[in-house]
Each structure stands twice: as structure tokens, then as C-alpha cells.
Design a protein around this ligand. Sequence first.
Ligand SMILES: C[S@@+](CC[C@H](N)C(=O)[O-])C[C@H]1O[C@@H](n2cnc3c(N)ncnc32)[C@H](O)[C@@H]1O
Length: 224
Amino acid sequence: MQDKRRISYMFENMRMYEARNVIFSFGRNLTWRRYLIKEVEGPLLDVATGEGNVLRLYHHGSKMGVDIALGMLKRAKGNFPLIVGDAENLPIRNESFKTVSIAFGLRNVLDKLAALREFNRVLVPGGKLLILEMKIGDHPLSWIQLPYVALVMPLLSPAFGGNPFDYIYLFKSILNFPGRSRMESLLRESGFLLRKTYYFYLGSTYLFVAEKVTTGPIPNPTGV
Ligand SMILES: C[S@@+](CC[C@H](N)C(=O)[O-])C[C@H]1O[C@@H](n2cnc3c(N)ncnc32)[C@H](O)[C@@H]1O
């Protein structure tokens, strides 16, 4: 619980969040979110929505955002409903959305399986789950970015209104995020099948497209 409070507190107080994302990713974060949007079928629930950067790009149906940090939601600009809530225990009725998205958010969620089960619960049968996330170490080329993420970003962050410790947290969370095969098994355990994976930017960022096929775990045909 202490860790969750710390994570939420860090985001509550984050200033110039999106400006730094654009600077440090050379604007690529905007392109990655657009790929996610192309996969959306409404109604859309965007979890860990932060300042609503995903919701602002979606114009084809009803949409809603949820985030644990009220401070992030307060900085969101756009005409869409936003609620405070934890991905591990969503304050949302069963089977109410056709797509659930989470962009650069699942990395921060402590109990990822609990969150994935919640995404399954709020999706209609056959609904889509879109996970956009960063990971170093799964794709061989992604290691090229290690010095950039581990050193350059924390050192440069104060120049753009950031806190170096937030970037050390970012680095650790990227490193610890499950790789593709672990994600695939977490998805199966929570009733999803991975349908498509996009790799961006030397494999440093993924977009997982999964489908809700059942409400419980999916047996692994290989038995492994
Ligand atoms: C890196 S930001 C991403 C924001 C947004 N999705 C984007 O693309 O700009 C991560 C967000 O996850 C939220 N978050 C962290 N843990 C969470 C949880 N357990 N439940 C819901 N939101 C959470 C943070 O408050 C923060 O707004």
C-alpha cells in the first residue's frame, strides 16, 4: 500500500509531464498513441489516463478515463468524463466497454494480474484490450537505449522541470516490466488472447492488442 501511495503521490505532483515525454521521446510518444487509437472500437475506457492524452485523440465514440492520481486528472484538458480509481479495483460496472486501453500505465500498477482481471470484467465479451508500454531488454536492440534512459534522461530532466528521481523510477519500472512472453501468459491467466503486437523504436515500446475470450483463465495448450 505504501508503494502505491508513493507512486500516486509522484504523479499527483508531476509538472510538465507531457512536455517532457515529447522532448525525451522526440515526439514519438504521440505517434505510438495514434497507433493505439487506430485499434479502438468504442465505447472506450482509458485506464491510468493521466492528463487524458489518449482520450483527446479518440473522436469516434463515447469515452471515459480513470486514474489513481487526482492531480493528473485535474490537469486533463478535454470534454470527457474522468474518475479517480485504481486499475486493480475499477469503480466501473461489469461488461460496460468495448475497448480498454492503458498507455504507459500498466508498468506503474503493482498487481498487474489483478488489473488485467479488472479489465476483463469491465469489457464486453470479445472486447479489446490495448496495452502500450515501454520495455528494455526483451528485444535485443532495445539495450541500445539503456544509457539514454538510465543516465541521460535523469540528468537532463531538471532542465525541463522534472525530478531526476522520477526518471530513476521510470528506468526501474521499464526494466521490471514483463517481457512479451510473460505478458502473453498474464493475459491468458486473465482471460485474454494476444492477437497482435506492434514493436516501436528499436523494440523499446510495444502495443499489445488482446481480445477477451473468456472471463476466467485460458488453459495453456502446451501445458507449460
Ligand atoms: C506515465 S502516466 C501515463 C498517463 C497517460 N496514459 C499517458 O499516456 O500520458 C502513468 C499514469 O498511471 C497512473 N497510475 C499509476 N498507478 C495506477 C493505478 N494503480 N491505477 C490507476 N492509475 C494508475 C498515474 O497516476 C499516471 O497518471
